[in-house]
Design a protein around this ligand. Structure first.
Ligand SMILES: Nc1ncnc2c1ncn2[C@@H]1O[C@H](COP(=O)(O)OP(=O)(O)OP(=O)(O)O)[C@@H](O)[C@H]1O
Length: 231
């Protein structure tokens, strides 16, 4: 079963294409790293996948059907939680607004990481706020979880905690990051964007099978240094 299919997906701003002819698919259960240099089109792609942007060309399907927002959860780059609300308030809001709310999925790792549920979101650390955003996404029981730079500005321990949680989530995950070394232990699929185009896409083991690179980091760096390499 395909969790996500993009067909000639494109976004143009005036005369400039932020993303062009992006065609790829992800199987259900994939953990996919979305990587590429600054300005490559990662946030644009994630905004298209989550319905925050309308495509100029093409479209996407989630689990074989046109995009339904209830099936997709998005943790945006700035994790815009309602910052004056407590974690408990946010969880209550999640329960009230999501028909498929799963309290256990939302709260289990908050307890595991000692997140103070009575604390206001704006008094949490960046790593704690990321975990709360992930808890809300997990509670929504979305089929597709989309994370834009969840590791940005986190210290190494917080990054490990966040990636541990991502590894345990029961959903297909598409996540963008510049921190390649942290993705390697969690992600099994890769989409590499360059200048608004899909440069590489597939299961990580397939992508490595016919190449000298042995790690995701090497593979991505090889392609960024030599954009003419075969896909
Ligand atoms: N609202 C907009 N209007 C015009 N151009 C835009 C807009 N949003 C993005 N772009 C352009 O589209 C291109 C892709 O931007 P995008 O933010 O998707 O890249 P990115 O890979 O997420 O970058 P970064 O890693 O720096 O976050 C860039 O050239 C950017 O300037």
């Amino acid at each position: 079963m395909k969790a996500l299919e993009a067909d000639r997906l494109g976004k143009r701003y005036r005369t400039r294409w932020a993303l062009r002819e992006a065609t790829f698919e992800l199987p259900a259960g994939a953990r996919c790293a979305l990587v590429g240099p600054n300005g490559a089109g990662k946030t644009t792609l994630l905004n298209l996948v989550t319905g925050l942007l309308a495509p100029t060309t093409g479209g996407i399907r989630v689990l074989g059907r046109p995009l339904e927002l209830s099936r997709v959860a998005f943790v945006a780059q700035d994790k815009p939680l309602y910052r004056r609300w407590s974690v408990a308030d946010l969880l209550r809001f999640g329960a009230a607004t999501n028909p498929r709310w799963d309290r256990h999925a939302a709260t289990s790792f908050l307890h595991a990481y000692d997140i103070p549920v009575r604390e206001r979101a704006d008094r949490l650390s960046g790593g704690q706020r990321t975990l709360v955003a992930l808890a809300l996404a997990a509670g929504k029981r979305a089929d597709l979880l989309v994370l834009d730079e969840p590791l940005a500005e986190l210290d190494p321990l917080a990054r490990l905690q966040v990636m541990d949680v991502v590894r345990g989530l029961d959903a297909t995950v598409l996540l963008s990051s510049h921190i390649l070394a942290d993705l390697a232990g969690v992600c099994d699929h890769l989409i590499l964007l360059g200048a608004g185009r899909v440069r590489l896409c597939g299961a990580f083991t397939d992508l490595l099978a016919s190449r000298p690179a042995t790690t995701m980091e090497d593979l991505v760096l090889d392609h960024l240094r030599n954009p003419g390499l075969p896909r």
